[in-house]
Write a protein that binds this ligand. Structure first.
Ligand code: ZN
Length: 111
């Protein structure tokens, strides 16, 4: 985790570097998503179990803007992959599909 006080901007306090946009942002919840693990919860480390006495903050790797962007890109990529798959499948099975549809319509109009 890259957290430090940037020498040129000491008045901003601790800042965290985002590998997405390659910029420093102040380390607070306006700029970063954070997962808080409450005190009193059970943790595991190195095969040992312990009780947390202080809450633990887990800051996300990407800043808020990059996290949103990454989720959106992931979603769009997946949607495109699914579409491409069906497009390919349809191109291969077009004749089957149309034959089945013809049968279906014939059965329906016969009934
Ligand atoms: Zn970022």
């Amino acid at each position: 985790m890259t957290v430090s006080v940037v020498p040129e901007e000491p008045e901003l306090g601790q800042q965290k570097w985002c590998p997405g946009c390659k910029e420093w942002w102040p380390l607070d919840e306006d700029f970063w998503y954070v997962q808080t693990i409450p005190a009193g919860s059970v943790g595991h480390s190195g095969g040992r179990t312990f009780l947390r006495t202080v809450p633990v903050h887990r800051w996300y790797t990407l800043c808020r803007a990059c996290s949103l962007e990454a989720n959106r890109t992931r979603y769009l990529n997946r949607r495109e992959a699914v579409r491409a798959h069906y497009r390919m499948w349809y191109a291969e099975h077009k004749n089957e599909v149309s034959a089945r549809r013809r049968e279906m319509y014939a059965a329906r109009s016969a009934a």
